[in-house]
Design a protein around this ligand. Structure first.
Ligand code: UDP
Ligand code: MG
Length: 251
């Protein structure tokens, strides 16, 4: 891509019961995209919300031609909602961001800048996290570091799903159709020229986290099981140890 050429930038936002944050998201994201050179589109993905999220989203679509809406038939979860959006975008690059404004839209120009410099994947790294319980922050920090020790894939720590991805990397990503998806790991694995941009993670704008411990544990397990064979090795060793003991016992 040559600098200054007209570009198309897509943004994918997964939404689950975000009635309280959606109007502010549309406002702030719209304002940021006003300042981005070239055509832009926003693909809102309603992940089976049971509140008025879909209604508010379709109002945004009616008002602003840059917005599109995908409605999933039920709640499939964050990672599948993102994947549905990524399958639909038409841009030369796509930004993935949460819909609760914890990923500030104002960081998008920084991501685009690095992309224009030639990077194909630009991960947004949380250099600080506002307004989250200390336990949750500590747990996340520990998990990211543990996963890094268990895997050969260089998955940067403190990186969520907030990132920019060039069309070429997106095409490669789209061939990976695994059902249990740990998207942040998949984008690290896929290669290409990658870099990071630091940002201050804000507090959720309104409402509560849509990631209860159960969903978080599943995401963590998907990360470990997809990117490390340590659990498999552990199970094998345990199996050997138990059968050896049983053998000795029988003898
Ligand atoms: N989300 C989703 N489906 C779900 C759970 C969450 O699409 O089943 C969306 C949610 O609306 C938000 C993003 O995924 O835009 C991240 O969720 P949340 O902010 O609740 O997670 P946290 O930041 O607390 O980890
Ligand atoms: Mg959040």
């Amino acid at each position: 891509m040559t600098t200054g050429s007209p570009i198309r930038l897509s943004v994918v936002v997964p939404l689950y019961n975000e009635t309280q944050t959606l109007p502010e998201l549309v406002r702030r994201l719209g304002a940021v995209l006003d300042g981005v050179e070239g055509e832009t589109e926003v693909v809102l993905v309603d992940d089976g919300s049971v509140d008025r999220t879909a209604e508010l989203a379709s109002e945004a679509v009616d008002r602003d031609p840059r917005f599109r809406l995908i409605r999933l038939s039920r709640n499939f979860g964050h990672q599948i909602a993102i994947s549905a959006g990524l399958d639909a975008v038409v841009g030369d690059a796509v930004v993935i961001m949460d819909g609760d404004l914890q990923d500030p839209p104002e960081v998008i120009p920084d991501l685009v800048q690095r992309w224009r410099e030639g990077f194909e994947i630009v991960h947004a790294v949380r250099v600080s996290r506002e307004g989250e319980p200390r336990l949750r922050k500590a747990r996340a920090a520990l998990f990211y570091r543990l996963l890094r020790r268990l895997t050969d894939t260089d998955i940067p720590a403190d990186v969520g799903d907030f990132r920019l991805v060039d069309r070429r990397a997106l095409t490669a990503f789209r061939t990976m159709r695994e059902r249990n998806r740990y998207i942040r790991g998949m984008f690290s694995w896929v290669g290409f020229r990658q870099t990071t941009v630091g940002y201050a993670r804000e507090a959720r704008y309104a409402g509560e986290s849509k990631y209860p411990l159960r969903k978080l544990a599943k995401l963590g397990a998907d990360g470990v099981l997809s990117f490390s064979n340590a659990p498999l090795r552990l199970a094998l060793r345990l199996g050997f140890a138990i059968s050896t003991l049983a053998f000795l016992f029988a003898a």
